[in-house]
Write a protein that binds this ligand. Structure first.
Ligand code: TRP
Length: 379
């Protein structure tokens, strides 16, 4: 799909359906018109949560819209809902889990209700999978969502095609206010885009307004998501106040890089990602083939040091497993030539197999809990 978000002067592209190239996140903030997460905001969050979550501390979450506003509301006793989602195009990998980790942390610390939307319709309309295949993914993905450990009493999973009755009437208010011309410029739709896709964006917008409808009073909503989803919220925010709702606030993450080269992990190329269903042997294999910032030989590595800035193994360790102290030490050791790639790969392999096998046990237990997490009109 050609896209108006594309800008020839950049050698990366970020849209809700495609992330390619080496993403320049500072540039993306300017391009999308979002705000950087400042130290001041982090201090404010910390004043509510105690310890700052590592994903905030490491700036994996780096951008926002109205995060300061939502924190001010909370300070004045106006609690917010969380809203996030998953497009069930395949199995879940570690990159997908990152926004969910922060969502869980925020749910725990702010005692928030969470709406979790699964856009099976979107992934059917955009892509080549049959509805049967998508349905299998929906089930498998729900196990991952439950395995994160969201509070059962405060979490509702919405599956678009199943819960359409609750979404549709409210989506109409939104749909009526989005022209084709706007949708084209925000999403890059063209004359060859199928009409299902063109009509889809209001359905991803609806959960921003459901909390107000459920609570029967204006209720702020915070969306933790990777930044590629921002175009949806830009559109939603333009409409919100016109139809009597708060604008949804957002907190945006970066992408966990691919294990192979630049670009985000991808379900379409399984070698680039660690999936929550991978066996230990597969994890070890993928990590041992991972792209690093190392020199071609041990001798050169010792002499010149490596480059953690471009190393996928370093990023995984930093964002998923190392404390910031450990990560800083790793970086220093690597740059000074005192750390070989084999050692980092070993650390990543160890951490990942342990984490994923624990996660698989939780996925197994999740099987009994599915109905309790599903959205229903009566709460
Ligand atoms: N469109 C998203 C995807 O393809 C799924 C999604 C729906 C979502 N609602 C969301 C993601 C809210 C983040 C926040 O993955």
């Amino acid at each position: 799909m050609s896209n108006s978000l594309e800008d020839d002067s950049d050698n990366f592209e970020v849209t809700p359906w495609k992330v390619e190239g080496a993403v320049d996140y500072d540039r993306l903030i300017k391009k999308f018109g979002t705000q950087e997460i400042t130290d001041e905001i982090l201090e404010k969050i910390q004043s509510f949560t105690g310890q700052l979550h590592p994903l905030l501390e490491h700036r994996f979450f780096f951008s926002h819209r109205d995060l300061d506003w939502i924190l001010n509301k909370y300070e004045k006793d106006e609690k917010f809902y969380l809203y996030t989602g998953r497009g069930p195009s395949g199995m879940v990998h570690l990159g997908h889990l990152m926004p969910w980790f922060l969502t869980k942390h925020l749910q725990d610390k702010f005692d928030s209700n969470l709406l979790f939307q699964i856009t099976d319709d979107e992934k059917f309309l955009f892509g080549n999978k049959t509805m049967d295949e998508i349905n299998k993914n929906v089930y498998e993905n729900i196990l991952d969502i439950i395995a994160i450990g969201f509070k059962k009493s405060r979490t509702k999973i919405i599956v678009n095609s199943r819960h359409i009755k609750h979404l549709y009437s409210n989506s109409l208010e939104i749909a009526k206010r989005i022209t084709f011309s706007t949708a084209k410029s925000v999403f890059g739709f063209t004359n060859s885009t199928n009409v299902g896709m063109i009509g889809f964006p209001p359905l991803q917008a609806v959960p921003c307004f459901l909390p107000t409808i459920i609570e029967g009073k204006p209720t702020p909503v915070l969306i933790p998501a990777a930044i590629d989803q921002d175009p949806y919220w830009r559109l939603t925010r333009d409409i919100a106040e016109k139809i009597g709702f708060y604008k949804p606030a957002q907190i945006h993450s970066k992408f966990l890089p691919s294990l192979q080269t630049t670009g985000k992990m991808s379900s379409s190329n399984p070698e680039t990602a660690l999936f929550t269903t991978d066996e230990p042997k597969i994890i070890e294999e993928k990590v041992s083939n991972a792209f690093t910032g190392g020199q071609p030989t041990t001798a050169l590595q010792k002499k010149l040091g490596g480059n953690p800035g471009i190393c996928s193994v370093f990023s995984y360790l930093k964002f998923l497993f190392d404390t910031s102290r450990e990560s800083n030490q790793r970086e220093l050791k690597c740059r000074s030539g005192n750390l070989l790639c084999g050692e980092c790969k070993h650390d990543l392999s160890d951490h990942s197999t342990t984490f994923i096998s624990m996660f698989q046990e939780r996925r197994q237990k999740a099987k009994d809990l599915v109905p309790e997490y599903m959205y229903s009109e009566d709460g």
